[in-house]
Ligand binder design. Structure first.
Ligand SMILES: Nc1ncnc2c1ncn2[C@@H]1O[C@H](COP(=O)(O)OP(=O)(O)OP(=O)(O)O)[C@@H](O)[C@H]1O
Ligand SMILES: [Mg+2]
Length: 318
């Protein structure tokens, strides 16, 4: 089984302004704002939901595939992912566009001014799972990207009998209720955080019980309260893994998914899958950025065993 990650592919350009935006905004001239902030630092981070999830899967020793669209500036990102064991052959380059990019400037009060340029991501529906020769032995993660592509992947998975994980996350707000419902019906797994789970119920007009009945495995993450897995009429409460120091919460949900699905691909029980998700998320929380944490499978197993009991099954990882 290969895990196929179809979420967005993006760069984050993060800048810091050593002052306060509010000192430069003139309320009497709001109709003609013209501001340029001289920033004192900028970092370019690799991001996007698809590669974020694939990164954790690869850290744990799997060889996931990323499928999607990126721009003319993707070369170094591709090489970097390949070196870490991620197959990027399914990433199509849209030559006249740049990779989706998030530009954010933060001031000393943590106020933020940001823009998101979708770029090549808007063409994600050009890549089909059929063309990429995804098979019924694989598991497709349908994660936030262009909504048309997400709907296409749902339709293709259903038509080709490919099991899929429905992971609409932040796109719940952007998608039509009927499309979300089509995605939920037929999914093998659903991943959402608590807030997205409420929104999903509202938009699909399905109750929590309906969703749990429709989807064999529903995983709801609860931030610092851990996660809950609803499966076969049984509920598993998953604790968080102790975190040394929280540096940056971005990407924590993606890391959780990567840890959890590695466990699933190895056939581990739900409790272990959930705790693997918690620990993968903890590593991500401890670094700035979504792909800057590092560990070997052996280090992961050793840290897991300091907090949780795996009955020896994690020997299969290291
Ligand atoms: N403060 C924390 N301490 C320890 N673990 C945490 C903490 N916050 C989150 N986690 C872990 O990360 C998992 C996912 O977190 P959360 O529910 O916040 O996801 P999310 O809202 O999708 O995050 P994002 O979309 O920002 O990546 C949780 O289930 C938990 O295991
Ligand atoms: Mg999330």
């Amino acid at each position: 089984m290969t895990i196929i990650c179809t979420g967005s592919i993006a760069y984050d350009y993060l800048m810091t302004f050593p002052g306060r935006f509010q000192d430069h905004i003139l309320p009497e001239h709001l109709s003609s704002i013209s501001l340029s902030f001289l920033v004192d630092s900028m970092v370019k981070q690799r991001g996007g939901v698809g590669p974020n999830i694939a990164y954790t899967l690869a850290l744990l020793g799997l060889h996931p595939r990323v499928i999607g669209t990126a721009g003319q500036d993707f070369g170094d990102y591709r090489a970097w992912l390949e070196k870490r064991g991620v197959d990027t052959s399914g990433v199509k380059i849209i030559e006249d566009k740049f990779t989706a990019s998030f530009f954010a400037t933060t001031d000393v009060t943590n106020s933020q001014i940001a823009s998101f340029y979708p770029g090549a991501m808007a063409d994600a529906a050009q890549v089909s799972l059929r063309d990429a020769q995804v098979s019924a032995n694989d598991l497709v993660m349908i994660s936030p990207t262009d909504p048309a592509a997400m709907n296409l992947y749902v339709a293709e998975c259903k038509a080709l009998g490919i099991p899929y994980v429905y992971d609409p996350s932040q796109q719940v707000v952007r998608m039509e209720g009927k499309d979300l419902r089509t995605g939920v019906e037929g999914a093998k797994f659903l991943f959402v955080n608590e807030y997205e789970f409420e929104l999903l119920q509202k938009h699909t007009q399905l109750s929590k019980e309906d969703i749990i009945r429709l989807v064999p495995h529903v995983v709801v993450t609860l931030g610092a309260d851990g996660a809950v897995i609803y499966t076969d009429q049984k509920e598993y409460r998953i604790p968080v893994a102790p975190v040394e120091k929280i540096q940056d919460p971005t990407g924590v949900g993606d890391a959780f998914r990567g840890g959890f699905l590695t466990g699933f691909s190895k056939g581990f029980d739900w409790d272990i899958c959930g705790k693997m998700g918690s620990l993968a998320a903890a590593y991500c929380l401890e670094q700035k950025g979504t792909q800057n944490h590092q560990y070997t499978p052996a280090e992961f197993v050793a840290r897991f065993r300091r907090h949780f009991d795996d009955h020896g099954v994690l020997d299969q990882l290291s």
